[in-house]
Design a protein around this ligand. Structure first.
Ligand code: MEV
Length: 323
């Protein structure tokens, strides 16, 4: 049987969340925990999904029914990615998919985007359709928008290109920053956040105070641009200060939580260069930049504040074929 295995990394937002939904840039890094998809051709013209991590042991339907009916959340991204690919590049056969993840979907590392990217890449290999990264981006982004209606696509870009990116809404600009390692510590708040709920919450604030929020977004854009320069120059002190400023805006937008802010202040008290929440807020993870010397103290402080330290590599390779 012809089959292929593909993997793609998760992501963490460094600077610019929320503003990036509204035509501003952000900085994102790909993290060293990956989503894996094995796709095989099924002559019976059926779509089958096995995703043991999320309790799916054999979801099966005819290819002609893709996207129809009430599709369970854990199946949705895979199913709609297959549907979108098959609409653009029709094929007669069915596909059998198995997904595994090195990370929990609770962390906010972007498992849905990573699995969507894996799917498009795997199908393009399986059916010998040559796709550039930008074309994979367009199909994967369409899939995510079809399902959740909102999002900048930064997580898809991270899963495809890997490394650390300067990214503008919808992939208008995607620039790889030539850096190696980031001196980053990650703390999980032990609370699962819902991105769409938080985007809607910020939209409410913006509706009430459009002028204030717009000027915040423009300031966040300045922070992101200075942050890109600081990263390139390995100026961690400046980057840390910019993280703290960005956190101030996120607090103002109402997306930090007592737990996240406690972890962030604990990291700063332990002399991190800077700390902020990462992603939509409301839970998920916070990040801190720290010197090697202070790293253990920062980890201990985050843990004492109720967080869970997540040891993860940053700036890792994007989507790739596994042998
Ligand atoms: C969520 O991780 C980051 C947001 O900016 C949403 C997005 O960019 O898609 C809130």
């Amino acid at each position: 049987m012809k089959y292929i295995t593909v993997s793609a990394p998760g992501k963490l937002m460094l600077l610019g969340e929320h503003a990036v939904v509204y035509n501003h840039p952000c900085l994102v890094t790909a993290v060293g925990q990956r989503m894996r998809v094995t796709a095989a051709i099924d002559e019976r013209s059926n779509f089958t999904l096995v995703a043991k991590n999320v309790g799916i042991h054999g979801h099966e339907k005819p290819m002609s029914d893709l996207g129809k009916g009430n599709v369970e959340k854990n199946v949705r991204f895979v199913e709609i990615a297959v549907k979108n690919f098959a609409e653009k590049f029709p094929f007669k056969e069915g596909v059998r998919i198995e997904t595994t993840s090195e990370f929990s979907s609770h962390l906010g590392f972007g498992s849905s985007s990573a699995v969507t990217v894996c799917m498009i890449k795997a199908l393009s290999e399986l059916f010998s359709v040559k796709l550039e990264n930008k074309e994979i981006f367009e199909l994967a982004y369409k899939t995510v928008l079809d399902i959740q209606g909102k999002g900048s696509g930064f997580d898809i870009a991270a899963a495809i290109y890997g490394g650390t990116l300067y990214f503008v809404t919808g992939g208008k600009e995607i620039k790889q920053l030539a850096i190696k390692n980031l001196p980053m510590v990650v703390g999980y708040s032990r609370v699962k956040a819902d991105t769409v709920v938080l985007i809607n919450k910020v939209a409410e604030v913006s509706k009430k105070y459009p002028v204030v929020v717009d000027s915040m977004y423009r300031n966040i854009e300045k922070i992101v641009k200075l942050g890109a320069k600081a990263l390139r120059e390995k100026d961690w002190i400046t980057f840390g200060q910019l993280m703290n400023m960005n956190q101030g805006f996120l607090e103002s937008l109402g997306v930090s939580t007592w737990r996240l802010s406690s972890m962030i202040y604990a990291a700063r008290d332990a002399e991190a260069y800077g700390a902020k929440l990462s992603g939509a807020g409301g839970g998920d993870c916070m990040i801190a930049f720290t010197s090697d010397e202070k790293k253990q103290g920062v980890i201990d402080a985050i843990t004492r504040a109720g967080g869970e330290y997540i040891d993860v590599a940053t700036n890792v390779e994007g989507v790739r074929i596994e042998i």
